[in-house]
Structures are given as C-alpha cells and as structure tokens.
Write a protein that binds this ligand. Structure first.
Ligand code: GDP
Ligand code: MG
Length: 162
C-alpha cells in the first residue's frame, strides 16, 4: 500500500509549492492568487526512501461561517482519504482564525496530522512559530517549501510508520 499524504491549509500558505517540490513537476498551479487550485491534484512522490501519493488541495476559505462550510468540500474529502495530513500554516502571516478552525477540525479526527509552518526563510523560525503551539497539534515542523529547507526531515517524520 502506498501512503496518501494530503496537503491541507488555508489559501496562500504554500501547499502547491510543496506539492511541486515533492512531485518535481509543475502539475499544481503555483500562484499568488488564493484559491486558484480548485480541485484536488494527485502526484507521485519519492523522498527520503519513501514512496507516497501527495494530494494538493485548493485550500479553505476562511471567510465563510461554520467549520463545515469553512473547509472546502474537497479539503474534507482529501483529509478523509489520506493516511497522513500535513496541515500547513504560514510562519510569516502568523496564526489566523482559519488556522484555528482547521486545527479544531483536525483534532476531532482520528487522523495522523503534522503541523507545518512554512516560509521560515529569512525569519527567526522559533519566534515566528511560537504562537502555533496554541493549535494543540504538538510539534511544529518548520519548512521553507520554496527552497526545500526542512522538507526531507518533515517527510521522514510523517512517513516513519509506513
Ligand atoms: P497555496 O495557495 O497554499 O497553494 O500557496 P502557493 O504554493 O500558491 O504559494 C503562495 C505564495 O507563497 C506564492 O507566492 C509562493 O511563492 C509563496 N511561498 C511558498 N512557499 C514559500 C516559502 O517557503 N517561502 C516564501 N518566502 N514564500 C513561499
Ligand atoms: Mg495552491
């Protein structure tokens, strides 16, 4: 069985950038415009001795009310079908209400979830991510998806049981 890893989080945190890095393709659209990737995208990835399927999602529109509407249907579907969820946040933007809503949903699932703080390039990562401990998801995996920093170590942790 090849494990399925879903990239989940609000728009613009760097999910497609990480997807592209993991799959080494340009299949997922990377753009500055939140929500451009509207459907789930699947890619095959090989990293740190692990083979897995990675799923990119369009992100969750934090402007809606209520957790079920706040999380786009395709993100919920991606979480349901995944073996591992990489919950991505933006270390530069800091913690947002949408991050808190997503974290609350993920804590209620019996799903292996890894909290990822992206965009730590050029900033003091430890200080930037300190507030993310409040999400109650444990260790914060600091990465810079655009440069690949922290990515292999994240995958080693996330896929260790498989
Ligand atoms: P998505 O909406 O979650 O898929 O986010 P994208 O992958 O489209 O990235 C949103 C923006 O963040 C783009 O302008 C990326 O270039 C930028 N970005 C992604 N990863 C990093 C990173 O590691 N560092 C920095 N500084 N910017 C990043
Ligand atoms: Mg995207």
């Amino acid at each position: 069985m090849i494990p399925v890893v879903a990239l989940v989080g609000r728009p613009n945190v760097g999910k497609s950038t990480l997807f592209n890095r993991l799959t080494r393709t340009r299949d997922a659209l990377v753009a500055d415009f939140p929500g451009l990737t509207r459907d789930r995208k699947y890619g095959r990835a090989f990293l740190s001795g692990h083979e897995f399927i990675v799923v990119d999602t369009g992100g969750i529109d934090g402007s809606e009310e209520g957790i079920e509407t706040k999380m786009a249907e395709q993100s919920l579907a991606a979480i349901a079908e995944a073996d591992v969820v990489l919950f991505m946040t933006d270390a530069r933007a800091g913690l947002t209400a949408a991050d808190e809503a997503i974290a609350q949903y993920l804590r209620s699932r019996e799903k292996m979830t890894f909290l990822v703080a992206n965009k730590i390039d050029g900033i003091d990562g430890d200080s930037a991510v300190a507030e993310f401990w409040a999400l109650g998801l444990g260790e914060i995996h600091q990465i810079a998806a655009a440069q690949g920093r922290g990515v292999s170590s994240l995958i080693e942790n996330a896929l260790a049981p498989f």
